[in-house]
Design a protein around this ligand. Structure first.
Ligand code: RIB
Length: 312
């Protein structure tokens, strides 16, 4: 069965990666040089872009994805998983003689993970691919971006969105050492602590330091900021300088792999629906918390009902 969004749903375009996650679960993560016996190995659709697209679709948005798959079996499986979610894939092409993106993910019993990504076709997503989808970008409410595809492609998508008054939201993940400053020319940036520290040079150890980093991110160009703090919730700073702390939802994490992707998707949809940054941030914290209680990236993305249940 294919899901599709009702008319008048918020419209979201995601530009980003599509990966097959090869997930090994073990009691704890191995130390460097150590060999451990794991408990299970699973192939699970993932990739930050595709996860955000699935997250937004399950929350009720009309979603299009712009990305690239390889011409391998993983590409077929990943495409099918997105079709089932009702995601528009006109902007997802296959790259010949190229493998699809793969993420090797270790998850320990506490829910913590470590990830190595082999970009494959994601690395071939070019600014021209985004420009081909200019009309699709121009007619949406929100553009969601992350950094598992080439930075020039991310910047090209931002530029197109800006010229069409589309709200731009950047999840600056995975963290990179030298973020180009132009990346912060967005309506909302939603880093986690380590990404915020790399972007600002401010080490985040308390909510107070997170607030200072949020202010710095605004000085660096982001109109609005939400910094996620894992099990400590999040802090936000809106365009008028209004700040606050979003308290965490107490849940037992089993897999935090795509919690940040669920967060970004939920933030995007609530902002598209006209919510304030504070309201959208709280909705997003709930979505991230639900995702952390479930195994796997795309399978773990919550529905609207799941998020509302936690909020209530
Ligand atoms: O954010 C989680 C995602 O990061 C995983 O699904 C994996 O594919 C990596 O890209």
């Amino acid at each position: 069965m294919t899901n599709s969004a009702p008319q008048n749903s918020p419209r979201i375009v995601v530009v980003g990666s599509i990966n097959m996650d090869l997930v090994v679960r073990s009691a704890r993560l191995p130390a460097p040089g150590e060999t451990l016996i794991g408990n299970s190995l699973s192939e699970i659709p993932g990739g930050k872009g595709a996860n955000q697209a699935v997250g937004a679709a399950r929350l009720g948005a009309d979603v299009s994805l712009i990305g690239r798959l390889g011409d391998d079996g993983f590409g077929d499986t990943l495409r099918r998983a997105l079709v089932v979610e009702g995601i528009q894939l006109d902007g997802v092409e296959r790259t010949r003689k190229c493998c699809s993106g793969v993420a090797i993910i270790g998850v320990e019993d506490s829910g913590q993970n470590c990830i190595t990504v082999v970009p494959g076709a994601n690395g071939r997503l070019m600014p021209a691919d985004v420009q081909k989808q200019a009309q699709a970008i121009a007619r949406v409410d929100v553009l969601l971006l992350q950094l598992e595809v080439p930075i020039p492609t991310v910047l090209a998508a931002m530029e197109l969105a800006r010229t069409n008054d589309v709200v731009t939201i950047l999840d600056p993940a995975p963290a990179i050492r030298d973020y180009p400053p132009e990346l912060l020319n967005v309506d909302v940036v939603c880093p986690n602590e380590s990404e915020a520290a790399l972007l600002t040079g401010i080490e985040i150890t308390t909510t107070e330091s997170a607030h200072r980093a949020a202010e710095k991110l605004q000085q660096l160009g982001a109109r609005q900021v939400v910094i996620t703090l894992g099990d400590k919730g999040a802090v936000f700073r809106d365009a008028s300088g209004h700040t606050g702390h979003l308290t965490p939802f107490p849940v037992t994490a089993v897999d935090t792999t795509a919690a940040g992707d669920a967060f970004a998707a939920a933030l995007g949809i609530r902002l598209a629906e006209g919510g304030s940054l504070q309201d959208a941030g709280r909705f997003a914290c709930a979505a991230g918390a639900v995702a952390a209680t479930r195994k796997g990236a795309q399978p773990g993305m919550p529905s609207r009902e799941d998020v509302n249940e936690l909020l209530n």
